[in-house]
Design a protein around this ligand. Structure first.
Ligand SMILES: *[C@@H]1O[C@H](CO)[C@@H](O)[C@H](O)[C@H]1NC(C)=O
Ligand SMILES: *[C@@H]1O[C@H](CO)[C@@H](O)[C@H](O)[C@H]1NC(C)=O
Ligand SMILES: *[C@@H]1O[C@H](CO)[C@@H](O)[C@H](O)[C@H]1NC(C)=O
Ligand SMILES: *[C@@H]1O[C@H](CO)[C@@H](O)[C@H](O)[C@H]1NC(C)=O
Length: 663
């Protein structure tokens, strides 16, 4: 039959066969060596054999400041919430977390609530977002949301707590502080400012938004919750801003106040107008003319660097994306992470930051510290006295020459300069990360020991951001977004900590296998690869492409779908979405009570896509297999086309020949 049909059909059949073959090869390659997930999830919340689980409100000791350097000099004044009540522990204007007795808490696959000091509490979506307007049609706790002004509430809070801050500068709604760099404008080298014991450090929470972001009810509830639980609940220790990437440079937002104001009014929901700050690419280009790109994928920190430069009242900056969700109290979660980080010593902090901490294999977190120390035989690690050729480190010098003389005391009680959300990796050894060689302006090029922590979120100190600002603006040194803060922290000898906060996985794989894949084979003490002593070195990180299917099952991973599944199941019942999902199965981390209420444990979900909201830029690796498949198919197609064309001309040629011969 094939023989009987025309050349065109034959070519088509040929192409189809080739593509099928390629697809099969690609699929086999993907399946090859794939791990089998566990059939029955381990660690779902299960009532014990005793009486039915009992649910009671958890005590709110969120703002317990004892143990902090400034605890004796400041007493927090409660702040007013959106409904005109004070937000403090005696009031129910804020959300309520629950403690459930008689119910096992789900066990994360990495990290630990206990180690980080996170409460093992539960929340329903109605308790979580109800006070913030989610499902307002069904809830009684209404507030006139269109009249709420979150910048004003924050300012009242800053004002009444001003006695605690070294600089109580308030939010100036529509006030444009960003401006273009002036010709010849000098930029100072970063200097480390000692952490004074007599004032409360101020922390900005910078939420990253962009022109075109479609704010739906769930986004609004999330934004309100974030402001209420951080800025208002913590007496203005936190201040929340929305940093908007204005894509249309034609808006000319820096030309005059009117353009700037109009853009805010058009791009940001009304209740948050006052806390919006705008930037566009022309601003980034003006400050960093020698950096080859200013897009978010490569340089997501540039606007934050400028924020640190123009908003000197802040000591620290959490950068969070809009697709982050806290299933518990946002302020308590962030505070637990920074409290954990403050308690960490500086020695070997770089090495510890590579570990996916799993209590069942590592014991307590201090046991992990001891094991890392053993593999380093007590030496200081990569960060101890680190120097690169390009600049003098801004960080403090070790207090003793011999690291053995420091019994993990240096840095304890000091704020971290960088807090990352997931463990870091040593760039020279990364095999698959596509941007491992992306850098510019470094004297030693890719031989400079870069440090990478995905995703590009976390908390950075002003010192660290100004160091990057200076390097980019003056020296033209840059790293990729996910390696910027971590590499500069390493090079400047600044304190970097990755708190082992809980992350869940679905589907789940055998834990010992996960330990091997994320941390590398062998005991922690035995990690002695030259140049990487004390570091985790797992294939899931260093050969990421082969294990993408495992990474994408985590409750916190930029390409994972698990966060969406948790979020949808959690919000499915009783919300503004309507519908009753009480008969549906919920992901194993959630617990459905007898009356169908769905409770979530205390965790961060990322990414949760509320709408058709694209991320700022896809920060994932390109799908190489698909690209290769398409390329090979195209090659096949052209080969087939060429073959067909040749045959056709050959056919014509022979026809001509026949005619000629027949003449
Ligand atoms: C407050 O924190 C300190 C130390 O971090 C702890 O000892 C104390 O029990 C806490 N108080 C409350 C009420 O939680
Ligand atoms: C809870 O809030 C209501 C108003 O919404 C108030 O009447 C009540 O007294 C509050 N309860 C407590 C314990 O603060
Ligand atoms: C709050 O305080 C109680 C009593 O001191 C303690 O048992 C509990 O662990 C604390 N919760 C948090 C989240 O710190
Ligand atoms: C770290 O290692 C050194 C050298 O082996 C040892 O003397 C010291 O006690 C260790 N410290 C800890 C906390 O494990």
């Amino acid at each position: 039959m094939i023989i009987a049909c025309g050349a065109r059909t034959r070519a088509l059949v040929f192409v189809l066969l080739t593509s099928t073959l390629l697809l099969v090869i690609a699929l086999c390659h993907k399946r090859g060596g794939r791990l089998e997930p566990l059939q029955r999830p381990t660690g779902p919340p299960r009532p014990g054999n005793g009486p039915q689980p009992s649910i009671r409100p958890a005590p709110d000791n969120a703002t317990n400041t004892s143990g902090k350097q400034w605890s004796s000099v400041w007493s927090r004044v409660p702040c007013m919430g959106p409904r005109g009540f004070n937000i403090d522990e005696a009031n129910n204007d804020t959300l309520s977390e629950s403690i459930i007795n008689g119910l096992e808490y789900p066990r994360p696959f990495v990290g630990s609530h206990e180690a980080v000091g996170l409460s093992q509490t539960w929340m329903t979506a109605a308790a979580r977002y109800g006070p913030y307007g989610w499902g307002d049609d069904q809830m009684e706790k209404k507030a006139p949301w269109n009249e709420v002004d979150w910048a004003k509430l924050q300012n009242q809070c800053i004002h009444s707590n001003a006695h605690g801050f070294h600089d109580a500068t308030m939010i100036r709604p529509f006030g444009r502080r960003f401006r273009m760099r002036e010709p010849g404008e000098e930029i100072k080298s970063p200097v480390i400012e000692p952490q004074a014991a007599d004032y409360v450090p101020r922390t900005a929470i910078v939420l990253r938004a962009w022109e075109g972001y479609n704010y739906i009810a769930k986004d609004l509830a999330n934004l309100r919750a974030t402001v209420a639980e951080t800025a208002l609940r913590f007496g203005a220790e936190y201040t929340v801003y929305i940093l908007v990437d204005v894509k249309d440079t034609g808006r000319n937002i820096f030309a005059n106040d009117e353009n700037y104001r109009r853009a805010i009014e058009e791009l940001v929901p009304r209740e948050f107008w006052g806390m919006a700050i705008l930037f566009d690419e022309t601003l980034l280009k003006s400050w960093y003319p020698n950096i080859k790109t200013h897009g978010a994928t490569y340089q997501i920190m540039q606007p934050l660097q400028l924020f640190a430069h123009f908003y000197p009242e802040f000591d620290f900056h959490w950068q969070l994306e809009l697709d982050v969700r806290f299933t518990g109290h946002a302020g308590r979660y962030l505070t637990a992470l920074s409290d954990f980080a403050r308690k960490q010593p500086r020695k070997q902090a770089i090495e510890r930051s590579t570990w996916y901490y799993m209590p069942e294999f590592h014991g307590g977190y201090s046991d992990l510290l001891g094991a890392v120390n053993a593999s380093l035989e007590g030496r200081g690690g990569l960060g101890w006295g680190m120097r690169i050729q390009d600049f003098e480190p801004a960080g403090p010098k070790p207090p003793v020459k011999d690291p053995l003389a420091d019994n993990f005391e240096w840095g304890v009680g000091e704020e971290a300069d960088l807090i990352a959300f997931t463990p870091c990796a040593y760039m020279p050894s990364l095999k698959h990360w596509v941007w491992r060689n992306w850098q510019q302006g470094l004297k030693a090029g890719t031989k400079t020991p870069g440090w990478m922590c995905q995703p590009a979120m976390g908390r950075a100190s002003r010192t660290l951001l100004l160091a990057v600002h200076h390097a980019q603006a003056v020296q033209g040194i840059a790293m990729h977004s996910e390696a910027t803060l971590s590499s500069f922290a390493l090079w400047h000898g600044l304190k970097l900590v990755v708190p082992p906060h809980p992350i869940y996985q679905d589907p789940q794989w055998p834990r010992s296998k996960m330990n091997e894949l994320f941390n590398g084979a062998g005991a922690v003490e035995a990690h002695r690869t030259q140049g990487m002593e004390g570091m985790a070195y797992g294939d899931a990180i260093y050969r990421q492409a082969d294990y993408e299917y495992i990474a994408t099952s985590a409750s916190f991973w930029y390409t994972s779908d698990f966060p969406n599944r948790i979020y949808d199941a959690w919000l499915g019942r009783g919300g503004s979405q309507g519908g009753d999902s009480s008969s549906l199965e919920v992901p194993y981390v959630l617990w459905k009570s007898r009356d169908g209420e769905v409770y979530a444990p205390n965790m961060i979900l990322h990414p949760v896509k509320t709408n058709q909201n694209r991320p700022l830029d896809s920060s994932g690796d390109p799908p190489w297999l698909v690209i290769a498949g398409v390329a090979v198919s195209l090659l096949g197609l052209s080969a087939a086309g060429l073959w067909w064309w040749k045959r056709r001309s050959w056919g014509r040629y022979s026809a001509v020949r026949t005619e000629e011969v027949g003449k």
